[in-house]
Design a protein around this ligand. Structure first.
Ligand code: R5P
Length: 312
């Protein structure tokens, strides 16, 4: 059996440490530095020849996080690691996943190409913006779901008289899975994007009046979608509104906007991206155990599908 090791870039060290702790190993000793012009330099400080290496790195902005992952993969291959798995808790550039207008890039495919060409032998990701991104990789890719962990937390709230809401059509499939698992009804918000980072609620499909609501989305970027959805539901007579999102991208002043909106009572996010500040309104639910189990099972060539058994 191959040795296995876990290394991490600098984008999400707290999650990487928690994953390593759960498995009961130390993170592999890696030095990562920036030159004065910002260029990144990486070096494995221990022998990784013949090793089954898992590299943990979220690729949220800045793009240096992606570059750091590519350099770590490249260095590992050149140091004769036997197999390199890129463990990517947040896979950025995923939203540009098709040519939805002329002369645009399909960034998700480009990033998949870069990771593969750098030398990754396989990838593990969680709650991709769209599942078909798995197919952009011509190497084995495992797609985890945070829903079992988040649903467990939601069940502990002991909520009654509630429904689940999808903030746009794209989120409907995931939200429906939550609703099914929680055995409640689903409402869908009909959202329009007149331009980048701007969202408009056009219609609410379903009946939120007199109900507590849990809004489910894969990510929050500017917070516009989530907050407008919460406000629209409130205006239609919803009671308490909770939110669940896997990836807290929180660009610009999204965190402040979420903290200050009266429409949202509590938001549950995961630790795929570290929060830059704590918030009374936001609770972080860790996906470290899920990734740790996926890593152990991948190393042992065991199935990982039982980690995300949820009807979709
Ligand atoms: C859209 O398809 C995504 O699932 C999110 O709803 C969206 O990217 C969130 O963006 P923002 O927070 O900027 O509205």
């Amino acid at each position: 059996m191959l040795d296995f090791k876990i290394a991490s870039g600098r984008s999400n060290l707290p999650l990487a440490r928690n994953i390593a702790n759960y498995i009961g190993v130390e993170l592999t000793d890696v030095t990562i530095k920036n030159f004065s012009d910002g260029e990144i330099w990486v070096k494995y400080e221990e022998n990784i020849r013949g090793v089954d290496l898992f590299i943990i790195q979220s690729t949220f902005a800045p793009a240096d996080n992606l570059l750091e992952l590519l350099l770590l993969i490249d260095a590992a291959k050149r140091a004769s690691a036997k197999r390199v798995t890129a463990v990517i808790p947040y896979f950025a550039y995923a939203r540009q996943d098709r040519k939805d207008q002329p002369r645009v890039s399909i960034s998700a495919k480009l990033i998949a190409n870069l990771i593969t060409r750098a030398g990754a032998d396989r990838v593990i990701m969680i709650d991709l913006h769209s599942s078909q991104i798995q197919g952009f990789f011509d190497i084995p890719s495992d797609h985890l779901y945070a829903s079992p962990v988040l649903i467990r937390r939601l069940l502990h709230l002991g909520l009654t008289n509630f429904i689940v809401a999808a903030p746009d059509i794209g989120a409907a499939k995931t939200a429906r899975a939550y609703a099914k698992r929680l055995n409640v009804d689903l409402v869908i918000i009909d959202k329009r994007r007149p331009e980048h980072n701007v969202a408009e609620v056009l219609n609410i499909i379903g009946e939120p009046e007199g109900k507590n609501v849990i809004i489910v989305d894969d990510l929050i970027d500017t917070g516009t979608t989530f907050i407008q959805c919460a406000e629209a539901l409130k205006n239609r007579g919803a009671l308490d509104i909770y939110g669940v999102c896997v990836h807290p991208v929180f660009s610009g002043n999204a965190l402040e906007k979420i903290n200050s909106t009266q429409a949202l009572k509590k938001l549950f996010v995961t630790d795929t991206i570290p929060l830059r500040a704590e918030s009374d309104k936001i609770e972080v639910v860790s996906v470290a155990e899920l990734f740790a189990e996926a890593i152990i099972r991948t190393h042992d060539n065991r199935s990982i599908s039982s980690l995300f058994e949820i009807e979709r």
